[in-house]
Each structure stands twice: as structure tokens, then as C-alpha cells.
Design a protein around this ligand. Sequence first.
Ligand code: BG6
Length: 489
Amino acid sequence: MTKQETKQAFPAGFLWGGATAANQLEGAFDADGKGLSTSDMAPFVPKELRNGKDFTFDVNSVELEEFLGGNTDVYFPKRNGVDFYHRYKEDIAMFAEMGFKVLRISMAWTRIFPTGEEEVPNEAGLAFYDNVLDELLKHNIEPLVTISHYEMPVHLTQKYNGWEDRRLIDLYLKFANTLFDRYKDKVKYWITFNEMNMILTSLYTGGGILEDKIKGSKEQVAYQATHHQFVASALAVKSGKEKMPNAQIGCMICRLETYAASSKPEDVLQTLKEDQMNLFYPEVQARGEYPSYMNRYFEENGIELVKEPEDDAIIKDNTVDFIAFSYYMTYIGKYDPNDNSNSGMLVSQVKNPHLEVTEWGWPIDPIGLRVALNRLYDRYRMPLFIVENGLGATDKLEEDGSIHDTYRIDYLRRHIEQMREAVADGVDLMGFTSWGPIDIISCSTSEMGKRYGFIYVDQDNAGNGTLQRYRKDSFDWYKQVIESNGQIL
Ligand code: BG6
């Protein structure tokens, strides 16, 4: 790395900040008319009792009934989050103290339409987000709103089996249009769906679909639901742009940059295929059409998508303004002669011997971020936005209220360095929102103990604690990063 390379700065106006999701942050799951959402049904189960089952990603209809009936003694951490609902002023003031330019939030569908089917939105829910947005704007923090982040009214799961049903498109649009109408003067940056590609990994989390209720194959349903979300997303782009000509509306994926396990051509080809599955989503949303490799894949795997005649034109005419992505790790592509399908299930079982992993086993690969940025930009020539990255770790609150999270600083520093290199390579990068700038409930495990924040929240996995906020060492470090526009790391 040359001196000249490392000295490159970020563009003026670069959007530094943090990223959150309503269902992991807000709590107050039944306050002011809010309905129950799919994420309210994710219990915390200690690792030793899970038996390989992951409740966030895998809830079946029997469990759902049990959870809804209250006939269970497990704890549901996402119902309480970290009580941002009541503490948003304090939390936003701390984000402002770090100098945030942007905060990514999502809006809980069930605060606005408790079952998803009401004709009239819940005014108390709308008023809450008005207050949050006003507080952000007061501190000159630009809101970036994800319309749907891994949750939906549980009623829509029960009645329609979520996104398996095409009628979800109109229900989603009613929700999206309500947000556009209400917040058009307050929000410029929007994302239609969080990590759309993860529906292949979890039908429940990504699509509100109960696997034991589906009739066809899991893949068939996953891609049909994906198609419904593509159409819904494109229609949201259309009406969003009509209502807000200056808005920037993006798509979002969990980017899984994939390396070949070896230089063996079969491994390289396998890697290409896995990469194509990951890029299928921006391919449709940024380029406006289904790529031919997916059409071939559907044909060879007996997947028949039901499309309405107008769908292709809707997708073609309403592409996104930017591509947002989360980046946590890289994957390995390895050819397996016993598996001739290209599952696209995004799970790499092969370990990369060159990388350390986090306490939760996620490979740490800062250079992979530079590769991901360059590859995405080379391919789409469209502004990119890193809307999630960070280290989930166990933190220790000292007697004096300090938290020495040097490991987090080190992780972020190394990723931001690579980001800076990618910008110097010419990548058009709009901003960086670190995941969970305040500790929130983990998406995948519903733990509190998997912390990403610059701000520590006093709460344990069982929901005990004062909820008091403490500044970690990384708080001042990130403040300085933002102040210097990424020059001082
Ligand atoms: C992303 C999700 O996949 O990863 C977030 O969009 C999530 O909602 C984040 O929190 C980190 O995952 P986890 O399981 O460590 O919280």
C-alpha cells in the first residue's frame, strides 16, 4: 500500500452514521395501537438449549400459535428492544454528539397498519416517527428509512402466508405510500427492503412465510415471494419518485463476496455461480430485468414463476437510484461433485484459513470490502451505500462505567481503511452506516449480548438491566473519524 493511496480522503458530504432496525431497537411492541409483527415472535433461547434450531429464522405454524397464545415462558427480546421508543431523544442526542450525518432507521409496519389490512393508518404510530424524524433533523442528521426490515404484521403471515401471496404487493404499497405522503418533506433517502436476498435463507424472516404451510418446494416459494417483492419494490420506486422527485430510493442486499476455494476451474465456476445468485437482486432492481442465468436456473430446477403480463415492464421502468448493502464477511465457493444444483442458499461451509473469525464465527475480512465495492461498482456504475458493517462482540462494563472496546475500533478502522482505498480506486460511495451504533437486540440470535454499539446499553439476554446508556471507547474514536471525514482512523 503506497502512502499516496492511504492519504485519499472521502468526498465532501460523505454520509457517516449508524444503522438500526425498528424491531431490534424500539421495543414498546404493543404501545399506542401497534400490532404484533413476525419479529415479536422471536424468542431468546440460550445456545446450549437450541439444538441447532434458530428461532429467528425458523418459526413454524405450531410455534407461532403457541407464541401468539401467550402459552410459553420464553422471553421475546425484540418486543422490548432497548426502549428507543421512549428514549429516542437521549439516543439521538448521543448520535449527534458523535457527529452523525445520517441515521438509518426502519419503520415498523405494525405501528402504522397493525394488521396490515386497515384502511386508515394508526395516527399514533405516524406521530411517533414524525417525532423521531423531527429530532434527527433538529440535529442535522439525515434520515435513511428502510421501509421493510425483517418484519411484517403477523396477521399477514397467518392469513396469506406472507409474501407467498401476491396480494402482499398492494398491502405493502399502501404502507409505503402512507410513509411517502406523510414524510416526503423530511426523508430523502429510502430503501425498499432490507437484505432482500436473505429470503433464500429464511422464508420467515425475509418473507413472513411459514415453511410448514407451503405447498410447493421451498425454492419455488422463495423465488415467487422474491418476484412479488421485486414488483412491490419497483412500484414503490415509481410512486416514491412521483411524490418526491428529489428522493433517492435504493435496493439492498447482504453482499457475500465469494472467493474460489482454489484455482481449480470447477471451483472458480462454482464461485461465479454463487456470486450470480447473490447479485440476482441488484441485477433485477438496478438493471431492470431478470438475468438470463437465473432464467436458466429456474428452468433446470423446475421453478415456474407466476408473473402478471405487466410485471416485466414495471420492473424495467422503475429501477433504483443506488445500491445499498451490508458487509460482514466473505464466503468460499467450492465445487462439490455430489451436488449438481446451485442452491443459492448462501451458506458457505468452507472455512477461509487466512481469516480470523468473530466470537460468533463470522470471518473478518476488511480487504474483502474493497473487493466488494470495486466489483459492485465495476458492474453497475451506480452509487453505492454501505448501510451495515460492524463487529458483534461481548463487551465488559467496568465499575467506573467505561467500556474498552479496542477490538471494535480495530475492526472498524481496518474496514474504513479499505473503504477509503476503494474510494481512491474510483468507487462512487455515498456513505457508511455502522450497524447498531447503540447496542440493540441481535437479529439472528435475539441476544442482547452480541453488541455492535458505540453506546453500551445496560441490559442482559433475559431483559434485566437499567437500560442506562454508556459511552464506549469507540464512541470518541468514531466521533474523530467523522470529524476528520475519515482522515484520522
Ligand atoms: C443484518 C441485518 O443481516 O445483520 C440486521 O440486516 C442484523 O438486522 C445484522 O442485526 C447483524 O446480525 P446479528 O444477527 O449479529 O444481529
